[in-house]
Design a protein around this ligand. Structure first.
Ligand SMILES: O=C(O)CCC(=O)C(=O)O
Ligand SMILES: [Fe+2]
Length: 330
């Protein structure tokens, strides 16, 4: 691994990741296959992801970045003395994002504290600049061609503003959105330049080919509860919570050994990049060791001929609300 990588604090959830070639690497770009949908499909089967470098117009993505930063500045979250587009967090809010060195994830309150300001889907609502990027003709056209049929996107837009502090715990997306098409794909887009220490997406290499090892995890659904288990009935049906948080592990540093795999990321995400990956690929994100926010969206596309997960469809998607809860006999 390069001197650059070994000199950086590379952590996820406060845990140091091993950065030798056996445990860590970089994603490969599939831009050379853009005119070859068959090649893209076999690459997706092989790798579980497709990374398209500088596929989108960078200025369009930066306009969307600006729209988010303007809203954050209006809320007093950014340092008003610094350049808006740098997205420097105001010192009085740094504590909200503080990275705890020993995260206690069994304690729901400490998780909430670590993630303050992180998940901000509200910033994507009625935001024309974000919609232009995530549902515009470029991304739509990419999926139409990849699926070899019209693509359908979920109406719900996940938007994250990750301040200095912890990244996203390790998971597969299926447990949050697995009631529809099995060909559903996530599309993750960075808004701005994200070098390693600012914290971006990490993927566990070829973990989608080892999903048999996590079969019972992948059968779960955070909004489903067992009607014959009183604790779950109370938590999910009566209180509107989740049957479990959806995380696969709070110890990302252990997964390369467990899965005989490596954590992969981009050496530096740039505006215009996007990555798409399947529902069974294990992923999370690096912690943010900088003083600026890391902004990204993750949206979902699937073949339009298949049934979507209704929790994420419509003008006002029910999401994880009461309307999305479902009981079953376990
Ligand atoms: O951006 C992140 O920190 C997590 C993203 C993610 O989980 C996803 O794109 O599905
Ligand atoms: Fe995810």
């Amino acid at each position: 691994m390069s001197a650059l990588v070994s000199s950086l604090p590379l952590t996820s959830l406060g845990r140091s990741l091993q950065t030798d070639n056996a445990h860590f690497g970089f994603i490969r770009s599939s831009s050379d296959l853009l005119d070859d949908p068959t090649g893209l499909r076999s690459r997706l089967d092989e790798d579980g992801y497709l990374y398209l470098k500088r596929y989108l117009d960078a200025d369009m993505v930066l306009e969307a970045r600006r729209s988010i930063l303007e809203r954050l500045r209006a809320d007093g979250l950014l340092d008003p003395t610094r350049e808006l587009m740098d997205g420097i967090v105001d010192a009085s809010h740094l504590e909200d994002f503080a990275l705890e060195t020993e995260p206690q994830f069994s304690d729901a309150r400490s998780l909430k504290k670590m993630k303050t300001g992180a998940f901000r889907p509200d910033l994507a609502v009625a935001n024309a600049e974000i919609e232009r990027v995530v549902y515009g003709p470029e991304i739509q056209g990419f999926y139409d061609s990849l699926f070899a049929e019209p693509a359908l996107h979920f109406d719900y837009t996940w938007l994250r503003v990750m301040g200095p502090g912890a990244g996203t715990p390790t998971h597969c997306d299926w447990v949050y959105m697995g009631r529809g098409s099995r060909e559903l794909l996530t599309c993750w887009i960075p808004y701005g330049t994200i070098p390693l220490h600012v914290g971006g997406l990490i993927l566990l290499e070829k973990s989608h080919l080892k999903s048999g090892r996590i079969a019972s995890y992948l059968e779960k659904d955070v909004d489903s509860y067992c009607e014959n288990r009183p604790v779950e009935v109370r938590k999910v049906k009566e209180e509107g919570g989740w049957s479990f948080p959806g995380w696969l592990s709070n110890h990302p540093e252990t997964l390369p050994e467990k899965f005989e795999s490596r954590w992969l990321t981009c050496e530096c995400w740039e505006p215009g990049d996007f990555i798409t990956f399947n529902m069974r690929l294990i992923h999370g994100s690096l912690d943010n060791h900088s003083d600026r926010v890391r902004i990204s969206t993750d949206v979902r596309y699937q073949p339009a001929s298949q049934k979507p997960d209704e929790r994420w469809m419509g003008a006002n998607p029910p999401g994880h609300s009461m309307a999305g809860k479902r009981g079953r006999v376990c």
